[in-house]
Write a new protein. Structure first.
Length: 115
């Protein structure tokens, strides 16, 4: 089982990034797929999540209207499109695959928003 995030980097305030989460070893069809983040000195916080059935997506209030989570079940990949980035979005972003039986995490990808 592998959950691998990519797409992080340094971006100026107001800029955009798209994170990817590529999964192998299981299919994401039946999983709730989430993005979390952890800023220095802070606890990990949930950012966004999506279920396969119906494509329902939910967001933390802090990112609503700026971030979009999507999933491509055929590619076994989840994305997080991040627009209008702010310095307070700086964190390590983690992908999570969850069912009542399994809970998988990636190693994280660093996002730094700074001028």
């Amino acid at each position: 089982v592998q959950v691998v995030e990519s797409g992080g980097g340094l971006v100026q305030p107001g800029g955009s990034l798209r994170l990817s989460c590529a999964v192998s070893g299981f299919t994401i069809n039946s999983y709730v797929m989430n993005w979390y983040r952890q800023a220095p000195g802070k606890e990990r916080e949930w950012v966004a999540g999506t279920v396969s059935l119906g494509g329902t997506a939910n967001y933390a209030d802090s990112v609503k209207g700026r971030f979009t989570i999507s999933r491509d079940n055929a590619k076994n990949t989840v994305y997080l499109q991040m627009n209008s980035l702010k310095p307070e979005d700086t964190a390590v972003y983690f992908c999570n695959a969850f069912t009542v039986r399994n809970n998988y995490w990636g190693q994280g990808t660093q996002v730094t928003v700074s001028s």
